[in-house]
Write a protein that binds this ligand. Structure first.
Ligand SMILES: [Fe+2]
Ligand SMILES: [Fe+2]
Length: 290
């Protein structure tokens, strides 16, 4: 691998946490603090995960033959994590459907985009996965670093999003390292050009499709026109402004020597584990008392 990139931290463990969320519980329709726009954008994102993450796995696994042992192990752990994410977001999406939403238009749009990407061959698929994994990692960072994003959300739904965010950070280097391995014989310029081109294409589609998806779900809640646009724009770009807050991290993808782990955010993983241990502690005390 080129000396200009920092590898995934040596001691990092990618640990699939096989958890289930909200089974048997009814999801409140406006589960995100009663807010139409917040619920809509998270539901639109969740709709992408079951098929999207299956695509990530397939794109990375296409290059796993002959990878060094450490990377091969990381690909296995990544595959397991993404498979469980797909399962849990599928369950979450079914609960959103039970709450009254029709996700079929959003799902059809995702399938359409995936069909176009798939037709472009394995290197473009891997570059698309790498770009989307960067998106998920920087969204995940924001979600964990700034409690405002999930403030007021249904407890179990918020838990699902935090759990997913943690694992996205944990495996954020896997698609990228697979790419560095798969293109190790490419000239630097060729590598950067494809990576940058695909990122721009993916970004345009991501912003357009998630915005359209969220507006469609807001329409299903009876909110349309300028009011819907203004609410969604303000939520995504102003307060809490998720898209604005990830803009700097998004731009760094284009810098020479970029690697997802140049931003070492393992402190967010440690904070999550510490709060999970704290939450489990009273339960253990009760058990000991019994
Ligand atoms: Fe995931
Ligand atoms: Fe991922």
């Amino acid at each position: 691998m080129p000396a200009t990139t920092l590898p995934t931290p040596a001691g990092l463990q990618i640990t699939p946490r096989d958890r289930k969320f909200g089974r048997g519980e009814q999801l409140t329709r406006l589960w995100h603090g009663g807010r139409v726009e917040a619920t809509a954008i998270y539901n639109a994102l969740s709709t992408t995960f079951p098929v999207g993450e299956a695509f990530f796995v397939e794109s990375v696994r296409a290059f796993r033959e002959g990878t060094p042992a450490t990377l091969a192990g990381e690909i296995r752990a990544f595959t397991t994590q993404e498979a469980i994410h797909s399962r849990e977001h599928d369950a979450f999406n079914r609960r959103a459907i039970d709450a009254g939403y029709d996700l079929s238009r959003l799902e059809a749009q995702i399938e359409k985009r995936l069909a176009v990407t798939r037709s472009r061959g394995p290197f473009v698929n891997l570059a698309a996965t790498m770009a989307l994994e960067h998106f998920t990692a920087i969204l995940a960072h924001q979600l964990l670093a700034n409690p405002r994003h999930l403030a007021g959300a249904d407890r179990e739904a918020a838990e699902l999003w935090r759990w997913h965010a943690v694992e996205e950070i944990e495996h954020k280097g896997v698609a990228y390292d697979t790419w560095l391995w798969a293109t190790r014989d490419w000239p630097r310029w060729k590598r950067w050009k494809l990576k940058a081109k695909v990122m721009l294409f993916i970004t345009r589609n991501f912003v357009v499709d998630r915005t359209a998806g969220a507006l469609e779900l807001m329409r299903q809640d009876g909110m349309t026109g300028a009011k819907a646009w203004a609410l969604l724009f303000s939520y995504l770009w102003l307060r809490p402004g998720m898209f604005r807050k990830i803009a700097g991290a998004w731009l760094r993808y284009f810098l020479p020597g970029f690697h997802p782990w140049n931003e070492d955010d393992r402190h967010l993983l440690a904070a999550y584990e510490a709060s999970a241990a704290k939450a489990a502690a009273p339960e253990r005390k009760v058990r000991r008392a019994i």
